[in-house]
Design a protein around this ligand. Structure first.
Ligand code: SF4
Ligand code: SF4
Ligand code: SF4
Length: 220
């Protein structure tokens, strides 16, 4: 039975879901290959016995879609998998570096950046790190190979949810693809330790406060 299927009572059979955007199926914006990550994330979730844990916490309540712990992966900052409302959300991210030696100041990169994060200032292309979302479009647009990736991985967000008290996920950290399963283990360990009755990660974070919760997740 697939996770999205429902029983005749309206309840659902599995207490978690892991989903990706369709980037790996040929989206031109894709930075990473989230499909490659999925088996490792599924293994972490299975090893944590999350399904049994959530069902036990709910006691006799039927398992509903809003109880489900959600893992969501997008291959670029456009976030088509709705990662900002997931318990553990990821989006692909690249960090860009400009090198002065080869630049002819054609400003292709400046025009292509939808965030207005690039600007020519005298004989330099300045990158505003606060505006840059790490989509990599400027790298592709540069005809001279001047802009380079210095990091290619994911931004991790935690604690997003909808429901009666919606909450957008909070940025936790940057991570390389091979580091992601370890961060999911940390999140699940935190979730299980502080969970009282099957509430979502975002509810636990709201109770503890983000700074405390962040420390508790990262230091385990
Ligand atoms: S999140 Fe990015 S890579 Fe994934 S489908 Fe959307 S635009 Fe494409
Ligand atoms: S990576 Fe994307 S957002 Fe960042 S400077 Fe390049 S085009 Fe702009
Ligand atoms: S697109 Fe490349 S060559 Fe043109 S201004 Fe930007 S960095 Fe320089």
């Amino acid at each position: 039975m697939k996770p999205e299927e429902r029983l005749s009572s309206g309840a659902i059979p599995i207490a978690y879901e892991i989903k990706t955007c369709f980037g790996a199926k040929g989206c031109p914006n894709s930075l990473n290959r989230s499909f490659d990550l999925i088996p490792a994330l599924e293994e972490v979730v299975k090893n944590s016995q999350l399904d049994e844990f959530i069902k036990n916490k709910l006691k006799n309540q039927p398992l509903r879609p809003h109880h489900r712990l959600k893992v969501s992966v997008s291959d670029c900052p456009n976030g088509c998998s709705q990662l900002y409302i997931a318990d553990f959300g990821l989006h692909g991210f690249v960090k860009v570096k400009w090198d002065s030696k080869l630049c002819n100041f054609c400003e292709e990169c400046v025009h292509v950046c939808e965030e207005e994060a690039l600007k020519r200032v005298d004989q330099k292309i300045r990158i505003d790190r606060k505006k840059c979302v790490g989509c990599g479009a400027c790298i592709k647009a540069c005809p001279n190979g001047v802009l380079k990736e210095t990091f290619k991985g994911y931004k991790i967000y935690v604690g997003g949810k909808l429901g009666r008290h919606p909450r957008l996920a909070s940025f936790l950290t940057y991570a390389l693809p091979e580091e992601i399963p370890v961060y999911l283990e940390k999140l699940l360990s935190f979730y299980k330790e502080y969970n009282e009755k099957g509430e979502r990660t975002g509810t636990i974070i709201e109770k503890l406060g983000w700074q405390k919760a962040k420390k508790l997740i990262l230091t385990r």
